[in-house]
Design a protein around this ligand. Structure first.
Ligand code: BES
Ligand code: MN
Ligand code: ZN
Length: 493
């Protein structure tokens, strides 16, 4: 990721310079005084520039005797979302441009909002600059990132900007952590190595608790173990506990993530084309780990536990069969009609364990649970299902605030009935219709009375085919900022 710094004035020396311009100011462009020589060139190039957030005008101009790249970047109405669009667009433009640094002169921005504006711009810049080139040994020089630093000029607001930036920086690191886990292939990240990566969180004050398969057998997690039994890799349940309240808050809020490190479908094998996507079937678990990384990194005054159900879903001679009946930790039995509906089998046992182990009042689970979710919402919203309106509203508004949007779906007895089984307490699939809802109803059967629970089906959100202002193609880190904002608004406020 690029380095961010804030300064009072524009540093001397040849560098690219960017000037944020709001829609209101775009018509009559005025540049800071040290750019006066360049104003004519910039004005000519900016004919038609409306200052829309993220729009860019780029010129080369003489600034104090050196030719420099001068960029006008539109910031629309100048709110946080606009600042993100500007920061992301600027970074995308310069990332592999040959420029190693850019100065963003925000000193002309309204003083009371300048620090927040600069911090939001910085956050989008760090998020947009994240890439994963670890396995690209022959990357041509012109495709390599060159941009390493952004200096943001904020006049007398340096301290305020640094203060606004510190927590956002921690959250960006959490997002980066999640994206790396999601991007790594299934031969590198499997249950045990996922846990090993998360040991990095110990340095931030997070404590790890790990269940191996023997411990899970002892607890009676027959559904989770059934999924794992066709794999050579052992399953793990990983609990990441962060208590920033020094024991003052006894019952933690719990986040649960589906961590299927590779989903072949098992004996109900998936078709070959596109199966490689199922390396990111642990995107829920990655979001949970990334959120804990961010919360601990910014020293949030909250007590949160993130629990990842980590397994690999493989077909082999020991794999579970369609029709098998398994007994969950809750004692309820499940007829496994389709071994590819494995996420709910993992989550049900993790959720049962979490309730006995941590006694939470609130559980939020995140899972790439159903392809049907992508049919419903595409890649614009994650789906949310909840037994508690206040919890759902909190997550919906957090998602809106950070641009990780959610859309709420119904739960009801009529949907619940669709997963009754003639041979066991329930089956792990419903009919073809309402596939995301019956999956949520399955999980709901394991949530105990009095627990506020929300399930986020993020199947369409973990991986992007096209870039946005906060990510390139590939892993998005969806969920990390959403959970962080939810914690800020509902637990820290
Ligand atoms: N991990 C998949 C869901 C998924 C599919 C996520 C595509 C992202 C992209 C899940 O385990 C699965 O296979 N679900 C099945 C359920 C079905 C068998 C009831 C599905 O969606 O097809
Ligand atoms: Mn599956
Ligand atoms: Zn899956």
């Amino acid at each position: 990721m690029i380095t961010i710094s804030f300064r009072a004035d524009c540093p001397a020396g040849a560098r690219a310079i960017a000037v944020p311009v709001t829609a209101a100011d775009a018509g009559e462009l005025r540049l800071p005084s040290y750019l006066r020589q360049a104003e004519g060139v910039a004005r000519a190039a900016a004919a038609g520039f409306t200052g829309d957030a993220g729009s860019i005008v780029e010129v080369h101009a003489d600034i104090d005797g050196t030719i420099r790249r001068l960029i006008l970047v539109g910031t629309g109405a100048g709110n946080d979302g606009d600042a993100e669009r500007a920061g992301g667009a600027l970074t995308a433009r310069l990332l592999t441009s040959g420029e190693t640094g850019v100065v963003v002169d925000a000193s002309g921005f309204d003083a009371p909002r300048r620090a927040a504006f600069a911090a939001s711009l910085a956050q989008a810049a760090t998020l947009r600059s994240w890439r994963f080139d670890a396995y690209r040994t022959k990357l041509p020089a012109k495709s390599k990132p060159t941009l390493t630093a952004i200096e943001i000029v904020v006049g007398e607001q340096v301290q305020a900007a640094e203060q606004a930036w510190a927590p956002l920086s921690a959250v960006s690191e959490g997002v980066a952590f999640a994206r790396a886990l999601v991007t790594e292939p299934g031969n590198i990240i499997y249950p045990e190595t996922f846990v090993e990566r998360c040991r990095a969180l110990e340095a931030l004050g997070v404590t790890l608790e790990v269940l191996d398969e023997a411990a899970m057998r002892e607890l009676g997690m027959g559904a989770l173990l059934g999924v794992s039994q066709g794999s050579e890799r052992e399953a793990r349940v990983l609990a990441l506990r962060y208590d920033g309240t020094a024991g003052a808050v006894e019952q933690p809020t719990v986040f649960v993530g589906k961590g299927v490190t590779f989903d072949t479908g098992g004996i109900s094998l998936k078709p070959g084309p596109g199966m490689e996507d199922m390396k990111w079937d642990m995107g829920g678990a990655a979001a949970v780990a990334g959120a804990l990384h961010g919360l601990a990194g910014r020293k949030a005054k909250v007590h949160v536990v993130g629990v990842c159900g980590l397994v690999e879903n493989m077909p082999d001679g020991k794999a579970q069969r369609p029709g098998d009946v398994v007994t969950t930790m809750s004692g309820q039995t499940v007829e496994v009609l389709n071994t590819d509906a494995e996420g709910r089998l993992v989550l049900c046992d993790v959720i049962t364990w979490v309730q006995s182990r941590f006694k939470p009042k609130t559980i939020v689970d995140l899972a790439t649970l159903t392809g049907a979710m992508i049919v419903s919402l595409g890649h614009e919203h994650g789906g949310i299902f909840s037994n508690d309106d206040a919890l759902a509203d909190g997550l919906l508004s957090a998602g809106k605030a950070v641009g990780e949007k959610l859309w709420r779906f119904p739960l009801s007895e009529a949907y619940d009935k669709l997963i009754d089984s003639p041979i066991a307490d329930m089956k792990n699939i419903g009919p073809r219709e309402a596939g995301s809802i019956t999956a949520a109803q399955f999980i709901a059967r394991f949530v105990e009375e009095g627990v506020a629970w929300a399930h986020l089906d993020i199947a369409g959100m973990v991986w992007a085919a096209k870039p946005s202002h906060t990510y390139d193609k590939g892993a998005t880190g969806y969920g990390v900022r959403l959970l962080d904002r939810f914690v800020t608004d509902r637990l820290e406020a």
